[in-house]
Design a protein around this ligand. Sequence first.
Ligand code: HEC
Length: 294
Amino acid sequence: MKSIKNIFFILVAVVVLHSCSPAGGNSAGHEYMPDMAHQVAYEANTYYTYSHNSWDEESTISRRDLSQPRLPVNGTVPRGYAGLFFAGDGAADQEKALLHGGNQINAIAVPVNGYVPFYYANNEDERTRASNDIQANPFPITQKGLEQGKLLYDINCGICHGEKGDGAGYLVRDPNPAAGDPGGVYPAAPANFLLDTFLNSSNGRYYYAIMYGKNVMGGYADKLSYEERWEVIHYIRALQAAEKKLVYSPDANTFNPVYGTPAKQMERLAAAAPVTDAAPPAGPAANHGQGGNH
Ligand code: HEC
């Protein structure tokens, strides 16, 4: 009687164990309480869990990839980066070296990518706020920058705002068939940058207009980089200064000192406080400038 009972138990055990068959082919397989034995959710940075699962080789590899750290989404903006370059040739590299921390032990190995956060929403109140907040151009007035600014301005803005900034770009001005100029195809009047109101407007008004556009003018945030936007604004300032017979150049700014700092002046400042990535001097002075990211 006892042996019949044993045989019965052995039979049950064989059936139960046999039902825990491995996955393969067209069979999903069986497992006793599978979810409790295997982590189903993806575990970030943990491959270990998956190396013991019963999925086939292919899915194991892709799941392994899934558990790896991912690159940031395209266009991700590291906080507070860029805006630190100053003065012409060489100085930008020095600034980068400073940002990287030179060879200090607490050096940050992050590339400076030129992105900068913009904390203003797209509405008229925010346009006013940005116009009031944003005053200085973070880049000095350099020859290279003005040339680049002209190129970008003529391509992106001049077609509407005019090569001289007078709001009479070829898309809007009157047709002139004699000169082969079709003219007048754009329905709205672009801003005339040579009007007093624009001469007196802060850099922020321009920067904001580039970021979001205004009414029928679209934004240029995706077409111009941070530095390019500011070079375009420098160039618009140079056009305005020329109209008023004033100087806005790498050597001098008699137009409005708030709008831009000539590279020459910056070089003097840089010479007074040289930035170096050589071995830092001992003592607290070694961190000079590290926290001053404004
Ligand atoms: C397709 C034509 C067009 C192009 C290209 C264009 N704009 Fe405009 N822009 C306009 C029009 C139209 C307005 C007037 C919008 C309004 O006031 O309703 C305007 C307005 C402006 C203003 C004034 C915004 C304000 O606060 O009143 C600025 C500054 C400006 N544009 C800068 C630029 C710059 C810089 C570029 C090039 C990067 C550019 N625009 C390219 C059509 C254009």
